[in-house]
Write a protein that binds this ligand. Structure first.
Ligand SMILES: NC(=O)c1ccc[n+]([C@@H]2O[C@H](COP(=O)([O-])OP(=O)(O)OC[C@H]3O[C@@H](n4cnc5c(N)ncnc54)[C@H](O)[C@@H]3O)[C@@H](O)[C@H]2O)c1
Length: 436
């Protein structure tokens, strides 16, 4: 099928490459001419493992193209996937301006029947809004709307797209459902479950999934606080509850709070949607409050590691991205951490294997280093903020020799507290027996 994917970011590029790999002819469009030019030259604008291979394979085999010409992409496609950003507004609601702009452009240039698919995460009711915009075009052509939320995780996006736990299709007419099944035909034959429902339910599934996962994270982070108060070990508690198949082991890793481009904005958006309909989604409101508190608590951990003050101290930060295997800095917990430490007078050195370009646009007065050892050199404390694999096997003796004081604050519980003690470190981690 001829498909246009509008918006060539983390989701649009993976979707475009993935749909091309399924055998469709795909044109990926973006208003960012620099991004499209880079892609045309074979350069991938984001860090996502395996993405370069799947993009180049499909470009070479003639199924994947890049363009800034949205009208032409609309005209030449049967299905149009909208994958533009839906960032949060100041009040927590999703900003739909990019989605609406694309819908208006489709309405203006459509030249035959079109299936318009929302891949972006959008508030419940957006499918109907797009339908209305398309209906107002008055050009006699019929466009139908489907919701097809994306569940990929940055860092394993290709695997998640090519072998998802499920494909959700929200549509109200048979033809749209059949077209969507045709587009995803290889997944159908792999017996991946398809959840076919109406547009509103599909839109809500995406928010409900992220809200539920965020709830698990805030829950275990509060258990970590209790462990610190009571002398427990959150790792053992997580394992103890996670082995219960009704609970499951995933998303029970205590840490510095959830971040990234999805959980904070989607939980805020679902709370906002509920409020607009006169309902207070109390669990989610609490999840958001807990997450903010947990992020602030992390600053306190570094202060505690340095006996009550970071004023004039140099702190080395290992990892800046919101999680490993991505360069995405959106809503990373390292942002409030570094800002909080700087406000208390600390000097910051930092290293991340992939996110330093993006981080350099966010932070002021941070010295970016080439590796973990340069970061530790002369620092009063070293903070493990993102659990990249290369921080899991640090040469601890070398680190101890480089640090001014042997203080490690491990916000990802990468190391064993006993071992760190025996290696001569003052070691602070999350929810592991150290009384707050
Ligand atoms: N990043 C994730 O892990 C993830 C996962 C699932 C769902 N989502 C959702 O997918 C959507 C996209 O997220 P993302 O992370 O890919 O965002 P992104 O910011 O990386 O990409 C969005 C792209 O859309 C482009 N764009 C904006 N307006 C445009 C227009 N009028 N025409 C063409 N291109 C336009 C931007 O230039 C940008 O390249 C969001 O709704 C997000 O919530 C993201």
């Amino acid at each position: 099928m001829d498909i246009a994917v509008i918006g060539t970011g983390y989701v649009g590029l993976v979707t475009g490459a993935g749909l091309a790999d399924f055998g469709n002819d795909v044109i990926c469009v973006d208003i960012d001419a620099t991004k499209i030019e880079a892609l045309k030259q074979g350069k991938i604008p984001i860090y996502e493992p395996g993405l370069d291979k799947i993009v180049s394979r499909n470009v070479n085999e003639g199924r994947l193209q890049f363009s800034t010409d949205l009208p032409e992409a609309i005209r030449s496609s049967r299905a149009i996937f909208i994958a533009v950003g839906t960032p949060p507004k100041a009040d927590g609601s999703a900003d739909l301006r990019y989605v609406e702009e694309v819908a208006r452009t489709i309405a203006k240039y459509m030249n035959g029947p079109k299936l318009v698919v929302t891949k972006s995460t959008v508030p419940i009711g957006t499918g109907r809004l797009i339908e209305k915009i398309l209906g107002e075009a008055g050009n006699g052509f019929k466009a139908t709307v489907a919701s097809n939320p994306e569940f990929l995780r940055e860092g394993s996006a290709i695997e998640d797209f090519m072998k998802p736990d499920r494909v959700v299709i929200g549509a109200s007419d048979r033809e749209s459902i059949d077209l969507m099944k045709e587009i995803y035909a290889p997944l159908h034959s792999l017996e991946i479950p398809f959840v076919v429902t109406n547009v509103e339910s599909a839109e809500l599934i995406k928010y409900a999934a992220n809200a539920f996962l965020a709830t698990k994270i805030s829950f275990i982070n509060e258990i970590a606080v209790l462990c610190e108060l009571l002398g427990g070990d959150v790792q053992d508690v997580a394992r103890g509850i996670g082995l219960d198949t009704r609970i499951g082991p995933k998303f029970l890793q205590a840490g510095p709070g959830f971040g990234g481009s999805c959980f904070p904005k989607d939980t805020s958006a679902v709370a906002d949607i509920a409020r607009r309909y006169g309902y207070e989604f109390e669990i989610i409101e609490a999840v958001l409050r807990v997450n903010d508190n947990i992020k602030q608590r992390m600053v306190g951990k570094v202060v505690k590691g340095l006996c009550g003050s970071v004023q004039g101290k140099t702190i080395g930060i290992l990892g800046l991205a919101f999680k490993p295997e991505t360069d995405d800095m959106r809503d990373s917990p390292t942002i409030p951490l570094i800002n909080g430490l700087q406000q208390q007078g600390a000097k910051i050195r930092a290293y991340d294997p992939q996110a330093m370009d993006n981080a350099s646009r966010i932070f002021k007065d941070v010295k970016f280093c080439h590796d973990a050892y340069e970061t530790a050199d002369g620092a009063d404390a070293l903070v493990i903020a993102t659990e990249w694999n290369e921080f899991r096997a640090l040469k601890l003796e070398r680190i101890r020799g480089l640090l001014k004081q042997p203080v490690i604050v491990d916000l990802r519980n990468v190391y064993d507290p006993q071992r760190m003690k025996s290696e001569g470190f003052t070691y602070v981690s999350v929810g592991r027996g150290e009384r707050a």
